[in-house]
Design a protein. Sequence first.
Length: 48
Amino acid sequence: MYLIAAKKPNIAKRIIIETVLAVNEISGEALDINNTATARDAIIIKKE
């Protein structure tokens, strides 16, 4: 499971991209950035 939270969207987007690359290398799957990156202050990404 991957769980990431960030208070600032610009930081969170960078973390999301890095996570997608890591997940893609491990399992061949990528998280949907459009569904996880929002304009809210808190962003959480989960992959189980």
